[in-house]
Design a protein around this ligand. Structure first.
Ligand SMILES: [Zn+2]
Length: 289
């Protein structure tokens, strides 16, 4: 699943082409991924102009020139956004099939297509249909964010004290706590494993057992790793492409994720993989305590 750096990269790439685009037509190919009644969805979006593209955690929020209307886009496992015009193909999310490389859109994975006033298109594709589109008003949006999304680690207001307090009150493993979007928004399996390695903390440690110095280290390394990954346009491990349809290059910077059985770059110990919080978890048994 794309995590914060990958979704943010897609957002930045699409922002350049989507701002100011007026939706003149749209077609729903697969109603199950649209979490709003299809007739309402079409009626409310037709004629609307995109005024902003924002992100909260792994959720994309498209703002429109309609009062009190927001289009939510969650890519989940295999969602893709594809912008196509005669001059540009900008895509992000899941990797491309052969047909998609040949610019054959819509195709059998297209769930919704939008046509803009200038003749360009935005396709929302999803192989596994876990991704979704949803129209909400401000009140619903605020409620979704308040009940599902904790602090943004790249926000300047990201608070050490709040982060420390969340970790202090949990008896779950630190891995599970960092995956919890309500504790910190946007982290997934890759960046949690990398952050715990960078902070020298074993993933199965009980969250509330972390010493203040360990919490501080974790608080410091999380934004550092995310920023570095953003610079490399994210990580492509299995199925993510950035907004230009290319693999993210952070993969080469990964210290532990996906490297089980290989030597730790720091201590030469063999890296391990265990199952924790329902996820494959990678770590160095020597560098992490
Ligand atoms: Zn090591």
């Amino acid at each position: 699943m794309p995590e914060l750096p990958e979704v943010e990269t897609v957002r930045r790439d699409l922002l350049k082409v989507l701002l100011g685009q007026k939706i003149t037509a749209l077609k729903i190919f697969s109603a199950s991924i649209v979490k709003t009644a299809p007739a309402t969805f079409s009626k409310k979006l037709k004629g609307a102009t995109i005024t902003a593209l924002k992100r909260r955690g792994k959720l994309l929020i498209i703002e429109l020139d309609r009062p009190n209307l927001f289009l939510l886009v969650h890519l989940k496992m295999t969602g893709q956004l594809i912008y196509l015009s005669p001059a540009a193909l900008i895509t992000g999310g899941h990797t491309f099939s052969e047909a998609e490389r040949k610019r054959e859109f819509p195709n059998r994975h297209t769930r919704v297509s939008f046509t803009f006033a200038d003749g360009s298109h935005l396709f929302f594709n999803d192989l596994r249909k876990f991704a979704y589109l949803k129209l909400v008003d401000k009140e619903a949006l605020d409620k979704i964010i308040a009940s599902n999304y904790g602090p943004e680690p790249l926000d300047k207001n990201f608070s050490h004290d709040l982060f420390a307090a969340s970790l202090k009150k949990s008896s779950r493993s630190i891995k599970a706590v960092l995956l919890d979007q309500k504790v910190i928004a946007g982290l997934g399996n890759i960046y949690v494993d990398e952050a715990l390695f960078a902070a020298g903390i074993l993933p199965d440690r009980v969250s509330k057992s972390l010493k203040p110095a360990e919490v501080s280290k974790l608080f410091k390394v999380i934004p550092e790793i995310l920023k570095k990954s953003l610079k490399y346009r994210g990580t492509t491990f299995r199925n993510y492409l950035d907004g230009r349809g290319r693999s993210g290059n952070f993969s080469k910077q990964l210290q532990v994720y996906g490297r089980d059985g290989e030597k730790c770059y720091h201590c030469q110990e063999t890296l391990k993989k265990i199952r924790l919080a329902g996820r494959g978890t990678h770590y160095c048994p020597k560098c992490q305590k």
